[in-house]
Design a protein around this ligand. Sequence first.
Ligand code: BES
Ligand code: MN
Ligand code: ZN
Length: 494
Amino acid sequence: MEVSARLAEPLTIKTDCLIVPISEEGKLNKTTVLIDKATGGLLTRCRDNGDLSGKFGSSLMLHEPRGLSAKRLLLVGTGKSAPNVEQFIKICRAAAKASANKAIKTITTTLTQIKLDGHDSQWAARQLSQQFSEARYKFKKNSGSASGNNARQKLVLLCADRKSLQANKAGIKLGGATATGVNRARYLGDLPGNICTPAYLASQARAMGRKHPAISTKVLSEKQMLELGMGSLLSVSAGSKQPAYLIAMAYKGAAKPVKPIVLVGKGVTFDSGGISLKPGAKMDEMKYDMCGAASVFGVMESLAQIKPKLNVVGLVPSVENMPSSTATKPGDVVTSMSGKTIEVLNTDAEGRLILCDALTYAARYKPDTVIDIATLTGACVMALGHYATGLFSNDQGLADELLNAGLRAGDRAWQMPLWEEYDAQLKSNFADIPNIGGAGGGSITAACFLGRFTKDYRWAHMDIAGTAWNSGGPKGATGRPVPLLLDYLLSLAK
Ligand code: BES
Ligand code: MN
Ligand code: ZN
């Protein structure tokens, strides 16, 4: 979606749809007073008739309002007080939904002039352009992109003065780039498992390297991984005909040689559970088990667009987890790249088996920080539901930065403990470590497992099992936590 900012008056602007916020209190604001006057008291009448409440989340579409140059006037309710982050995002989404009409080619709005709780006009412009572009995403098979079905719709943000015009322009750039990353992640997530294989992800990474000069891609084959001793990762793909790949995308934006942030995304392109086969219900959703990887692809794409001065490496261990006569069996013992042996008690706890080798490999980049993103445990969905991503870290400063980035981006995470008492649940009679931790605290013991491989650097783990996709009617990938990660990375480049 094309978004721009302009200094202009809402009354005389020619547009297919003018979107204006309206609060729940009786009083009209500056813009709505002008509109009310120009239209001969239309808003006052709508209010008196009970059609216009200004209630949070409500909207009212008026057609061909006499006295305005706009073809439609869409009033969106902002409620009683200044909207906070979550509320403003909901308002943006409501406005985007109400204006999703093919006949509407240009949308113009004063929404970034609204007074917000704790955020400025630049932030509002960023969210608005992000939310509109995300709302226009529609999965189209073979489209190869995720620009959406209404990509030709144009959005104009009306500004009251020069200062806010500059701020809005900066916000639009960031919001647009965030949406590009989010929609890219959604598209990869939504692709079916027979198309989105490890080889497909590898080809996408190579294409990204060709497209963006700032990104260089390297893909390790099974043979190369075998030479590196990645017995844990390879034990997961042992039952599949699809070869595994370890994909590395390096974004170089810093002028000086600075240590990179390494993002590691779980890329299980289909998780059947392996020999510890999953039940049939909703098993199709395990095509989303590569959403951690998809978020890494999304972030790399956004970085290539924004070009911040920092270095980021995206690592994606990618496999398909299938049962077969060559598959790893419960009880098998494998040796990871770190040298630690692992007793595979459940082949469905495969995410940690591929991540541990990728996390060991990550140390080769001499990282400043390593963050892994994974649809790791059903237990995390039990604990936090679908609103917050589970966050674990061996560094409280890093945890706080990520939590705050999530707050700013409206893409929230909640911290979970990595205490020794949970780590103690990982005991094996036959290897250094088992791949499951017994009853209780499944998302924590999974994180503790990863923690055994991340002692040498600052590390955070994000369990996105509950936040990476929606089930049921609105089934589809969400693109989370691309907004959180980008906000964090951009805060480092300041
Ligand atoms: N990919 C799943 C986690 C998952 C399950 C994500 C449901 C979203 C929804 C992961 O590989 C898995 O199967 N985890 C097991 C671990 C268990 C065997 C210790 C789980 O959560 O059941
Ligand atoms: Mn699994
Ligand atoms: Zn999995």
